[in-house]
Design a protein around this ligand. Structure first.
Ligand code: ADP
Length: 557
């Protein structure tokens, strides 16, 4: 333990004592020393008790010890007990008998009262004066008494003693000063800590109030996935999805969670808090809490928490209820699906009858034939639109992938777009390995290709060239449909796969369309485990790239 800490600890002990005990603690060492001299005197210094000054000294000391016990120090001022060490110095001075040979210099005991005075709260000037002049004055009777040694020798001894007690007092004052400074610093630090603590409690209360006021669920977890915080909204949500009869505070693994379709139970590793705990960052991840009726769809998102070293320290997961929105979308899709379905049957009948009417064109005038053809084209367009609406209203696209030659699909798609391309003064070309095997549903991928090729022609209003190319990269096939048409801005390209999106330029240019083709194409490609991307620049054309699973060539027989 350092000297400073030792002094501080001693100081603490003394402060904790009652005033009487404190006085006694200081007085007792001197009492013991005096008692030792008295006990040893019959053997060592037999003439000591004959010395009148020594007897007076003993009586004075005994009276001081009694005073320590009897005086109500607590009622007197804090400096009152200092009268004891001052009188102690006098008793020590009187006890120094110059006439008894071989008696050790008991004047050294003056150090004990000096320590007492030096560690008290008395001012430095008083303390140092007592330390120097106390032993000096108290030693005068001894100096003046006739005994062993010359008077100058004794005067020198007395001065030496006073100098020594003065030096001890100075050292103690410095130690005391340091302890006080240290104490003040510790107190200031403690006050600062208390203020910080109060401030952080205040912030915590504010944060908790905010967390419990917002209409979203918030969960914070540490790096090990342990919960640090769950706000009241989230607790209520979890309670609504807890299995019947379960206790409070169920784990995420016990909650009844499904995908938004309300059928597929969510595997543990796909649950939002588990995903967040493994360091994943995600947004708009839809999860259904609880069982129907009364289940709730929640959009979840998570962000990892990083430490100063950039390491993973945990995550915050946010839960936002979107049941109303999802239900409204489902109703809208239902209406769309029913209406489209109801339109299909009469439209098919109209097209069929127009076909039959055209079959007997010999009886019809040329004008009537042209009018029927216009009606037939428009009915076919309407049927295509209704089919698109129907498909986009069905959230799941069913695909049946098998080994398929993409080159022949592209060739067929370009063949059927030929008339449209010619009318729009667009030339079609392709550059594909033949055959090009992929693991896809030929009907669905033809539909996707038709969409891309017809868009490429449609959005090249000034004519130009549409080129389809492909390459194989590992187990993927990349299929590109490229045009040199009007292109799009980056903002439009970012929304191009959203249902019903049509770029402002296209809307202003009155190019027909419903904004469904690309969202259907994307759904088809993603159902194959593939992806679609678009690179484009306004006025410079666009390239749509499909990434699809490749397939090995069939074995040769
Ligand atoms: P539609 O063509 O019926 O409007 P799509 O979903 O096929 O619907 O396309 C959505 C929008 O994307 C189009 O309206 C158009 O603004 C833009 N777009 C699609 N393909 C192209 C293309 N090749 N060049 C320029 N813009 C395109």
């Amino acid at each position: 333990m350092s000297e400073q800490r030792l002094v501080r600890r001693m100081d603490g002990y003394f402060r904790a004592l009652a005033p009487r005990a404190r006085v006694l603690v200081f007085q007792l060492p001197l009492t013991f020393a005096m008692a030792a001299v008295v006990l040893a005197s019959p053997a060592g210094w037999s003439g000591l008790f004959d010395e009148p000054l020594f007897a007076v000294a003993l009586a004075l000391h005994a009276a001081l010890v009694l005073a320590c016990f009897l005086v109500p120090w607590a009622r007197l001022g804090p400096l009152a007990p200092l009268v004891i060490p001052v009188l102690d110095l006098l008793a020590i001075g009187l006890s120094r008998s110059g006439s008894v040979d071989g008696l050790p210099d008991v004047g050294v005991l003056s150090i004990l009262p000096v320590v007492w005075v030096s560690t008290s709260g008395v001012s430095a000037a008083v303390c140092l004066s007592i330390s120097f002049f106390g032993p000096l004055l108290a030693g005068l009777p001894w100096l003046l008494a006739t005994g062993s040694g010359s008077a100058p020798d004794r005067a020198a001894g007395l001065l030496l003693l006073s100098g020594m007690t003065f030096a001890v007092s100075v050292a103690l004052r410095f130690a005391r000063l340091r302890v006080h400074q240290e104490q003040r610093r510790t107190e200031a630090k403690e006050a600062e800590l208390q203020a910080l603590l109060a401030d952080s409690r205040e912030r915590e209360r504010l944060l908790n109030t905010i967390l419990d006021t917002v209409d979203v669920g918030i969960v914070a977890v540490d790096a090990a996935g342990r919960r640090l915080l769950t706000n009241s909204w989230q607790s209520a949500l979890e309670k609504s999805a807890a299995p019947a009869g379960s206790a409070q505070g169920v784990q995420e693994s016990q909650l009844l969670l499904t995908g938004p379709d309300q059928e597929t139970p969510l595997p543990l590793e796909r649950r939002p808090i588990r995903r967040a705990s493994s360091g994943e960052s995600f947004a708009d991840y839809l999860v259904r809490f609880g069982e129907a009726p009364g289940s709730r769809v929640v959009s979840t998102g998570a962000r990892p928490l990083q430490g100063d070293d950039g390491g993973f320290r945990g995550a915050v997961v946010v839960f936002n209820e979107v049941t109303g929105l999802v239900d409204a979308l489902a109703v809208k899709d239902d209406v769309l699906s029913t209406v489209s379905h109801e339109f299909r049957t009469p439209l098919t009948s109209i097209i069929g009858n127009l076909d039959l009417a055209l079959g007997d064109s010999t009886e019809l005038s040329t004008t009537t034939v042209r009018r029927i053809e216009v009606a037939q084209r428009n009915a076919e367009r309407l049927l295509a639109l209704v089919s698109d609406l129907l498909m986009s209203a069905n959230s799941t696209v069913h695909v049946h992938p098998r080994r398929t030659d993409l080159a022949s699909l592209v060739e067929a798609s370009l063949g059927s777009a030929q008339a449209h391309a010619q009318a729009s003064r667009v030339s079609l070309s392709m550059d594909l390995p033949d055959p090009l095997w992929a693991h896809v549903d030929p009907l669905r991928i033809s539909q996707a290709l038709d969409n891309l090729v017809s868009n490429a022609i449609k959005y090249s209003p000034g004519g130009g060239r549409v080129h389809v190319s492909a390459s194989t990269e590992g187990d993927r096939v990349l299929l590109r449909v490229e045009d040199a048409g009007m292109g799009m801005t980056a903002a439009d390209a970012g929304r191009v796969f959203t249902r019903f999106f049509r770029s402002p330029a296209v809307r202003e240019g009155s190019i027909p369309g419903a904004g469904l083709g690309l969202s259907i194409t994307k759904a088809i490609v993603e159902r194959h485990g593939g992806s679609i991307s678009c690179s484009t620049r306004p006025g410079c054309g666009s390239t749509f790239t499909l990434e699809l699973p490749a397939e090995a060539a069939p074995p040769a027989f």
